[in-house]
Ligand binder design. Sequence first.
Ligand SMILES: [Zn+2]
Length: 453
Amino acid sequence: MTTIPAIRSKRVVTPEGVRAATVHIRNGVIAEISSYNDFPSGKHIYDAGESVVMPGLVDTHVHINEPGRADWEGFETATRAAAAGGVTALIDMPLNSIPATTTAAALETKRAAARKKCWVDVGFWGGVVPGNAGELRALHHAGAFGFKCFLVPSGVPEFAPVNEDDLRIAMPVLAELETPLLVHSELPGSIEEANKKLAKLDPAKYKTWLLSRPPGAETKAVGMMIRLAREFKARVHIVHLSSELSVPLIRRAKKEGVRITAETCPHYLFFASAAIRNGRTEFKCAPPIRDSRNNKSLWNALGNGAIDFVVSDHSPSPPAMKCLDSGDFLKAWGGISSLQLGLPAIWTKMGGRKDSLEHLVRWMCSGPAQLAGLEKYKGAIAIGYDADIVVWNPEKRFIVHPKMLQHRHKLTPYAKQSLRGIVEATFLRGEMIYDRGRFLGKPQGALLRRGER
Ligand SMILES: [Zn+2]
């Protein structure tokens, strides 16, 4: 493990803009940002040249699945992928592992499973499921960063969806704790209605999957969550917003002062439905990737702040569960594997405009850090912040070869895509953990608790 006392570059992205600078690191924290030429001599300094020096990405939407379903994804592989993708902190979702993180005891089980396996910092969301309102305080005090719930079946039996009655019990507790509620926002009614009409359609056609998850299911759910956030003065965060029709609702609610935020994911911004060939279930996620007009609207919403930030929703499964033989979109596991590729996927579609490095930091570093309450020490290159840093070349392209991916399973819709932006090095609290394809030392990521540095 190599501690780096100083990193310099012609392009350091700071909250005040992009400039040539030297970042000085002491005890894992950014101690000073000085001029480019104020670069100490000696061992272990890192001259990034023209490459971008940026805060490490904060990814608040990752499904790691360990313990219980570690054959889907695990702490070691997921966090290696994170390090290789420039992600230095991630928050794990409460479902797909067994147990699900719906009790304080389950959180400790997860932490025990993660110990000594994490290459980057890892925190945990708790879950709201029917009947666990009595556990929420204990989970909060045990360090859960906030809470996630589903309004439709989640795909696993241990994590049941909640309805409005359940939320009316949980939300006053969460409001009092000042902790956010992250919501998979689709309501079952519209989905059940849509599914009645699918019997005669070919399940290997992407269009069938698209028809099975209508945008109305999302807008109705978002409407309900805005209403509840207003009523309980609770913090609500819409995860993986997929439909342009939900955007005006969120914009209006924000204007009105409702405490609501929203994220979208690289796949909704990178892909559009017309290019998804039949049977290609690696593109299946819920809600689904929609058409190119919708794609453009999501970019606009991100640009004008209606959508706050971009996180991966990395949700892999063993390839067999993707039903590639039959190509059946209705039976395949819904989840996209992309943790390592978020930065280049978004950057590629941003077109590499000069001013856009600051946007990128807001969307992928400081924005998600704020949701998790990490904004005072992660997500910025500023004095006093953790020296969690990614160095990357924003001009160079690469072709995604599955074998370069560190995820447990290599199946991803990004395979064979030409992406712009190559991560060269990743630093965690000033330690170099990743260097052009090599991992250095051993896993040193901290298991984070809310409110603790
Ligand atoms: Zn998810």
